[in-house]
Design a protein around this ligand. Structure first.
Ligand SMILES: [Zn+2]
Ligand SMILES: [Zn+2]
Length: 316
């Protein structure tokens, strides 16, 4: 019986995989310092959804690991994906000196923070920057005065050295020659998108963003086209399909049609759709990407389109 179930599942998994053009799985190799590497540790929106329906694209919420040419690691967001990332980083080195950039403090982007293992080691130095509420949001995952008993450890008792920065909301942040700038998100309670410029390479990360023609000041598709202009890679929120979006207006997310339109107008080379809806199965995410690719073909666009996949890595 067990064998039968496993075989059926294996078949279904292979079926989902077939016909996919997906981001590369990590492979063993010597570090090549000339590359910027972007690894997805969490791709899910709203809430973590482990289970057999989310094995391919992943069930963890937003977390990315960016490795600069210098080898320095910058983490974006502390969704549940930051827990396994912390374990990986701790296994690689006794000491850790990394940046953490927070897009905004909705639960799915900070809830993994208390489970980031390096926080409990005095050999860790964590530099934190991002949206202006980020430090309060991260502290609240430990100390929440509204209740009693959310988490056993106090923020003040963490052993890691934590340095809050406020560079991004006042301009830009430069790390080892890479310039990171921010743009405001069209999202309830606000947030930041990030643009990384390292040499000739540009990577834009923009999630929890509702693209709409009647967007708030500084947050119209036109503004975002400017911010994404010529990017080698744009990772954008695509929680919904065009058929779903009208019932979900003002929730702060986009459909794949709007994400594609932004990528096309901004002359982006590669678009990765992320913040998958928690109810979307692997098969349905695959279908969503296929629909987006069909849209691109109909418009004779050469943009490479994929879905963000947990544990996949992109090199720029
Ligand atoms: Zn989110
Ligand atoms: Zn959000």
């Amino acid at each position: 019986m067990t064998t039968l179930v496993l075989n059926c599942y294996h078949f279904e998994f292979k079926h989902i995989l077939s016909g996919l053009s997906i981001a590369k799985k990590p492979e063993l190799r010597c570090p090549r310092e000339e590359l910027m590497r972007i690894k997805f540790w969490g791709t899910r929106g709203s809430i973590a959804v482990p289970g057999r329906d989310t094995i391919l694209y992943g069930g963890n919420t937003t977390c990315l690991e960016i490795t600069l040419e210098s080898g320095r690691v910058i983490i974006i967001d502390a969704g549940t994906g930051i827990r396994p990332l912390g374990d990986k980083l701790a296994s690689e080195s006794e000491t850790l000196d990394v940046h953490l950039l927070i897009t905004h403090i909705h639960w799915d982007h900070v809830l993994g923070f208390p489970y980031f293992g390096p926080l409990y080691k005095s050999s860790t130095h964590l530099t934190i920057d991002g949206y202006h509420t980020c430090m309060n949001g991260l502290k609240s995952t430990f100390d929440n005065k509204m209740g009693d008993g959310f988490f056993p450890v106090k923020f003040a008792d963490l052993k890691a050295k934590i340095t809050p920065l406020e560079k991004l909301r006042h301009g830009f942040l430069e790390v080892d020659g890479t310039v990171i700038s921010a743009a405001p998100l069209h999202h309830p309670q606000g947030g930041f998108a990030y643009r990384f410029k390292e040499g000739s390479k540009t990577f834009v990360f923009m999630t929890d963003n509702e693209l709409r023609e009647d967007g708030w000041k500084g947050r119209s598709p036109k503004d975002y086209v400017k911010f994404c202009k010529g990017a080698d890679l744009l990772v954008h929120d695509s929680q919904y399909t065009p058929a779903e979006i009208e019932d979900r207006r003002d929730w702060g997310h986009s459909d794949y049609g709007a994400a594609f339109s932004l990528a096309e107008k901004a002359n982006v080379r590669r678009l990765i759709l992320t913040h998958h809806d928690p109810a979307r199965t692997d098969l349905q995410v695959t279908e969503l990407v296929a629909e987006c690719k069909a849209l691109a073909r109909a418009k004779e666009s050469g943009i490479v389109i994929e879905a963000a996949m947990e544990m996949s890595e992109v090199e720029l």
